[in-house]
Design a protein around this ligand. Structure first.
Ligand SMILES: O=C(O)CCC(=O)C(=O)O
Ligand SMILES: [Fe+2]
Length: 381
């Protein structure tokens, strides 16, 4: 089942790059603030005109909200502003209405788009996955999974997953879809507010296949490695591809995903650079805290190979310096976990900063108690 559609908040929450304390993770992309409006308008700014666009809210709403955009977004293209403002406005639509809208949007695309490789639309493990991956998941034990999984840094799991022939087919399907979008001039939604270069696979018919992939192949892994965020109850996803290179995005700033667990698989092609970097797991409250040296990891993308991580494991992508890199991303969510509001708790068991603060508090309290005891001893002597 997929109810990602109800929740089109697939906006990565971005971390202010300057606040990580080491200055390594800078990015040339403009999306370096959380997706919010400013408290007061920039009265000097002259907004764009939105009259020619068919939008679900009046053009005047876009014009007036534009003045409230974060300063670094005031000068980006109108398309990017539209996307940003639309996603903020969508939060105010009743949930049912949002769901209907997304269903209609998908229906419109699916009824018009002719898939190139129909065999991609039904999950076929033998054709899609590496035999070692199928064997490990069918084993369904921590031991069988660990036999194919590496953990280059705590909480980051990598493994061979997709067959080269599947990657090629999916790349060709995405290319075909994007060509069709260009030809028909249909307006499609970007994967999220940080990523304008890419396509949402769920929007053109791959939702059911990806749902099955998550349920049958990712859940068994996240059940073992991510129980703290409901890894055994993943029940919806947001699936998309992202493009990097000269004609696409260059890099991606440090951020967390709107997911409990994220699967990221490189599909190809030939490229240099584009490493994914990581900087520790943080809850919303501690997103801007510094990265500890032991939390950093640079992971080089290899076609067919997957990386699986906690959605709040901060990460970004280094510049793809040559060629074209395309990755398949699956943001996996658990409605049970979200319902429990576990991630809004004061102290998240999985946030490394919350745990660090908790330890500090315990140490302080032990020292204070010791000091008091010492004072009492002193006064008795
Ligand atoms: O560049 C990548 O592979 C990571 C993309 C990513 O983190 C995202 O789209 O949320
Ligand atoms: Fe991400």
């Amino acid at each position: 089942m997929s109810c990602d559609s109800v929740d089109r908040r697939e906006v990565s929450q971005t971390v202010n790059d300057n606040s990580n304390g080491n200055g390594v993770f800078t990015s040339s992309r403009p999306f370096l603030v959380s997706q919010r409006l400013q408290l007061s308008p920039n009265t000097e700014h002259i907004p764009d005109n939105y009259d020619d666009l068919q939008l679900e809210f009046s053009p005047s709403v876009f014009r007036s909200l534009e003045r409230y955009l974060p300063p670094n977004l005031l000068s980006v293209s109108r398309d990017v502003k539209v996307q940003y403002i639309r996603e903020i406005l969508a939060r105010y639509l009743p949930e049912g209405e949002r769901f209907q809208k997304l269903r209609r949007y998908r229906q419109q695309i699916i009824s018009r788009y002719q898939p190139l490789h129909r065999e991609l639309y039904t999950l076929n493990p033998g054709k899609f996955f590496a035999p070692s991956f199928i064997k490990a998941v069918s084993g369904n034990t921590e031991e069988s999974l660990r036999s194919i999984i590496s953990e280059p840094s705590p909480g980051i799991y990598t493994f061979e997953m997709l067959q080269p022939s599947f990657c090629e087919l999916l790349l060709s399907e995405v290319e075909n879809f994007e060509k069709w979008v260009n030809e028909t001039k249909i307006k499609i939604m970007h994967p999220n507010s940080m990523t304008s270069y890419g396509a949402v696979l769920d929007d053109f018919g791959l939702e059911t296949m990806l749902d099955k992939l998550m349920e049958d192949f990712i859940c068994p892994i996240s059940r073992v490695f991510f129980p703290e965020v409901g890894g055994f109850t993943l029940d919806s996803h947001h699936g998309f591809v992202v493009h990097y290179g000269k004609d696409w995005a260059v890099d991606l700033g440090l951020h967390v995903d709107d997911s409990e667990v994220t699967l990221n698989v490189c599909l190809g092609n030939q490229f240099s650079g584009g490493e994914q970097y990581f900087g520790g797991i943080r809850c919303d409250k501690h997103m801007n805290t510094r990265i500890e040296p032991e939390e950093t990891l640079d992971y080089s993308q290899v076609p067919g190979k997957a990386v699986l991580y906690h959605g709040h494991h901060r990460h970004g992508a280094r510049a793809t310096t040559a060629g074209h890199r395309i990755n398949l991303i699956l943001w996996c969510r658990s409605s049970v976990f979200r319902e429990m509001k576990e991630y809004q708790k004061k102290n998240s068991s999985w946030c490394e900063w919350c745990q660090h603060e908790k330890k500090e508090r315990q140490l302080q309290s032990v020292s204070a108690t010791k000091l008091e005891l010492f004072k009492m001893e002193e006064s008795r002597v």
